[in-house]
Design a protein around this ligand. Sequence first.
Ligand code: ADP
Length: 398
Amino acid sequence: MPQSMILVVNAGSSSIKFSLFPAGEGGASEGDGIIEGIGVQPQFKAKVAGRTFHDAWPDGKTLGHAHFFGFLLDWLARELPEVRIAAAGHRVVHGGTGFAAPVLVEGNVLAQLERLVPLAPLHQPHNLAAIRALASRAPQVPQVACFDTAFHRSIPARDQLYGLPLHYAEEGLRRYGFHGLSYEYIAGALPGYDAAAARGRTVVAHLGNGASLCALKDGRSQACTMGFSTLDGLIMGTRCGSIDPGVLIYLLQEKGMSAKDLETLLYKQSGLLGLSGVSADMRDLLASERPEAAQAVEMFCDRIAQQIAQLATLLGGLDAVVFTAGIGERSAAIRAAVCRRLAWLGAALDARANDAAEAKIAAAESRLGLWIIPTDEESMIARHTRALLAGGRAAANA
Ligand code: ADP
């Protein structure tokens, strides 16, 4: 294992994921791990250089993120003494309108990112806590913030607006778009699969627990189905997707819900979980015999196809659809159901290639390119961190 490594960190509300990438060259991850169940029943799993590690805190319900950061750094020093952390790259959900690219965290950057907490109160505080924890333990390690919103700063100004009085947009109520690191990775990889689509009009479907679509023209984001928050657009594991705002007014006024109740309902109890009453996990729904589970899966696919068509209008046509993330990469049934709904747009699936999860899944007669491209947000973060470390942003796009 190389001695000088980049530590990639993705700190969420209940988990801290990390990976290690060589600092010097554009190599693949040398290992990764996760501390999950923070606040419930924390446990640690890691796989580095062929060795696996496991730890658990059966009574660790009250231990917070800072504790586990300390644990992680101690663990790295103890188990991988030969490794020097040359820099850390963090996934940070919100960069607002100000950050259109990753940034070295220095000067007043952290203060600027702190001001964006109200825009992403469920994620941003954890992302920033990770940066702060590392800074206090290892102040000499340069840290880079990579944003889920940055890739979408190319969305035309008019398409960032909601139909609200204009001054609300100036106050920050606008469409930002998310999953940007994933889309940036796919946009970078697409020319290697389909050069014409990469220069043309492509919709990327990032279908994981969180799910969204991105419209790409010539490799640049033109739209994202997630907007001001990560709630909009597709039906997700536990999030509602697009909803009539009148429903929210009704819940507040007639059902006496508080803002907090609404947040819990829309982020944690809705989507596939709320619709099926079975699970937020697509595998469970596909295996279930409950009609509500089948209906939830149909609705998931309906929305994807409908919103792809909406993005095709915005792009003025469509050359290809790319499937990525957990469901997009692994579920042949969901890809097939979406492509059936897009037959009128010229989509024709090669059933054998789809079942085998090959990269190219379009049949010869398909008028649309259809692809599976595995996403890799961590390597995108490592690439950006390496580039900023070398002082040249241009290298990130190489
Ligand atoms: P996250 O958004 O948390 O990064 P992932 O991209 O890992 O999520 O995707 C998680 C989703 O992928 C879950 O809904 C899971 O059920 C689904 N998934 C994983 N493997 C399969 C599979 N073989 N078939 C269907 N769905 C799958």
